[in-house]
Design a protein around this ligand. Structure first.
Ligand SMILES: [Cu+2]
Length: 177
């Protein structure tokens, strides 16, 4: 009887020690994961990434198009935009909507990206969103630098190269505006 109860007691102590070790390991792993996540978040501006950016020239400005991915765990909103290069160009967040078969552009206060999702800021070919450039872009300028400002205050700077229209007929037509 005495030997059996001692054996049980020892068994319980081993179990408790194992549980304690497992708890400590879980806490350490969690701390490492959280630390890595915070580091990544702070480095990449709240885990929002811009891909495939380009711009198209218009008569008095142009449009900047891109895909924004949110790798974060919470919704991220673009609340502001600036044109860094060339200077003297104003930038606005826009959305193109189709009303009675006519495409219309309107300013928007923010563009929100769901956690783990994306926004296709590709004009009518995407979710309608784009960055509108207002001002004459010099002829020799082949790319623009754009800064997106997130709701958290984080900034994402990216470069958008000029994309010429594919059909030569349309291009020459546009060129003589
Ligand atoms: Cu626009």
């Amino acid at each position: 009887m005495a030997d059996l109860s001692r054996g049980n007691k020892l068994g319980r102590v081993d179990g408790l020690q194992r549980m304690w070790l497992v708890s400590v390991s879980v806490v350490i792993v969690a701390a490492v994961v959280v630390g890595a996540f915070l580091l990544l978040s702070s480095q990449s501006g709240e885990s929002v990434e811009v891909h495939g950016a380009f711009f198209r020239r218009g008569a008095m400005g142009g449009g900047v198009f891109f895909i924004a991915y949110n790798h974060g765990l919470v919704e991220a909103c673009i609340v502001g935009v600036e044109a860094l290069e060339p200077s003297g160009i104003r930038a606005e967040l826009h959305r193109t909507v189709i009303e009675n078969g006519v495409a219309k552009m309107q300013g928007v206060e923010k563009i929100c990206i769901p956690p783990g999702g994306e926004v296709r800021a590709l004009g009518v070919e995407g979710d309608g969103y784009h960055v509108m450039l207002i001002g004459k872009i010099p002829e020799d300028v082949q790319y623009v630098r754009v800064r997106l400002i997130l709701g958290s205050g984080a900034e994402i700077d990216f470069e958008a190269r000029e994309q010429h229209l594919e059909t030569p007929a349309e291009e020459s037509h546009m060129g003589h505006d």
